[in-house]
Each structure stands twice: as C-alpha cells, then as structure tokens.
Design a protein around this ligand. Structure first.
Ligand SMILES: C[S@@+](CC[C@H](N)C(=O)[O-])C[C@H]1O[C@@H](n2cnc3c(N)ncnc32)[C@H](O)[C@@H]1O
Length: 231
C-alpha cells in the first residue's frame, strides 16, 4: 500500500540516544532546547528567517550536526547568518546546546528530529547554504537506500536552495564519496566547483572541523570536502 511505502521512506535508521546524559546536559535539554527547537506549522510553509531575532541576511542549514562543533563555530563566525541544525541524536543535541549556551549564540535554531521533515516544510529558494558532513555511510549495498544522498532528497534540496547557494558535503568513506559524486554530478541543478584533488582534499579555512573528521584522520582515512553550487 502507498501509505506503507511512505512510512518506510521516512524511517530513521540511526541512533537516537547514547549513554545517559549528565545532569547539566539534561538541564540544557529541559530548559534551553524548548527555547531553540523549531516547531513545524500544521499547514503551510515555515519562513526560516522568522525563526531568528535579527532577520538574518542568509539562512544556512546543517543536516546531522553530530556534536555540533561545526554548527557552533559557523554561528560564532557568522553572526548575521541564521543557522538551522538538524539532529536526532540526543547526546549530540545536548553537546551543541552547551556550546550555544557558553558562546551566548542567538543565531542558531535546532530541529531535533529527522531533517527531511523540516526540509518538506521550508519554502522554495529559502536556503543560502546546506551542509551534510560525514553522513552515515551505510556502506552495504543493501542499505544504499538509507543514505541521505538520494535523488528525491537532492530534488528537495534543489527546490529549497537559492540559485548560487552552496551545498557542502564531506565524507571519508570511499563508497559514499563515489555515491555522492555520481548522484550530484548527474543532477541538473548542481554544479561541482572542484578544480582538482588539491581542492577537494583540503578543508577550506571557513569550514570548521567536525569530530567525525578528527576521527577519520586519527584512524588514517582521507576525508574529502565537496562543494556544489545550485545553478
Ligand atoms: C556520522 S554522524 C556525523 C556527525 C557530524 N556531522 C560530524 O561530522 O561529526 C551522522 C549524523 O547524522 C545524523 N542524521 C542522520 N540522518 C539524519 C536525518 N535524516 N536527520 C537528522 N539527523 C540525521 C545522525 O544522527 C548522526 O549523528
């Protein structure tokens, strides 16, 4: 039945919880998260600029921010940008909240659920930059449909990104890198901006490191940093 297929398509396969939260982390989840968490409208679209107190010049969105190091650093470095972070892993959300609180950031908002739900709710051409950093690789072939990069999700991002907006993707998994490039290079809405290996093997200075990148480097894997422009 179509309803069953829809449900399957929207299933989330990752972890929602890790080790028990420390007291301070739980406090942040109880007190700060309700102030920053985005609630989707029952009907109609969500104007992302209205989520921020300062009517930001641009809105950037990160899918699966993990511990939030990249998102917090981008928010600190770009105070006139509104950042939306999506993550379902509670321990990661608590880690980001600690950084938001310590730095007094007022330009970060969180969607603590499946990113695809908020993407569905955003209006066309409302995002200036999208980050997908070290997404779960799901390396087995039979799990390929769990990878975030899928034609339907790329169509969705293409709809949401302004012309000229940037899509940044990082990975250290050879299967995922090949998969991402194959899908993005053949998608009519995205242009790969790479000029050569020296370009995609070096993380640009305005691209803060994530903990998955540090882990990959510690374990001897070479990450790549791919940038695509919305045509
Ligand atoms: C391998 S981790 C990488 C985390 C972080 N980006 C980094 O580089 O350190 C992938 C993260 O994406 C999150 N994730 C996967 N699919 C997601 C989705 N559909 N919506 C929100 N978060 C998602 C997972 O919970 C996980 O924390």
């Amino acid at each position: 039945m179509p309803e069953d297929r829809d449900f399957e398509d929207r299933r989330f396969y990752g972890r929602r919880k890790g080790r028990p939260l420390r007291k301070g982390q739980q406090q942040l989840i109880d007190t700060l998260l309700p102030l920053l968490a985005i609630t989707l409208p029952e009907a109609g679209k969500l104007d992302p600029r209205s989520l921020f107190p300062h009517n930001p010049a641009q809105v950037w969105l990160e899918i699966g921010f993990g511990g939030g190091e990249h998102l917090a650093e981008q928010a600190r470095a770009n105070r006139d940008v509104g950042l939306i972070g999506c993550e379902v892993f509670l321990n990661g959300i608590a880690t980001l909240l600690a950084q938001v609180s310590a730095s007094g950031l007022d330009n970060a908002r969180l969607y603590p659920e499946d990113a695809r739900d908020i993407l569905d709710a955003l209006p066309d051409g409302s995002l200036d930059r999208v980050f997908l950093l070290f997404p779960d690789p799901w390396p087995k072939r039979r799990h390929a449909d769990r990878r975030f990069i899928q034609p339907a999700n790329l169509d969705l991002l293409a709809r949401l990104m302004k012309p000229g907006a940037e899509f940044r993707v990082a990975s250290d998994d050879p299967t995922y890198i090949g998969w991402a490039l194959a899908h993005l290079v053949r998608h009519a809405a995205f242009a790969w901006t790479a000029r050569g290996p020296a370009d995609w093997r070096v993380r640009p200075p305005d691209w803060p490191q994530t903990r998955y990148e540090s882990k990959a480097l510690r374990e001897g894997r070479q990450p790549v940093f791919l940038r695509f422009t919305r045509r």
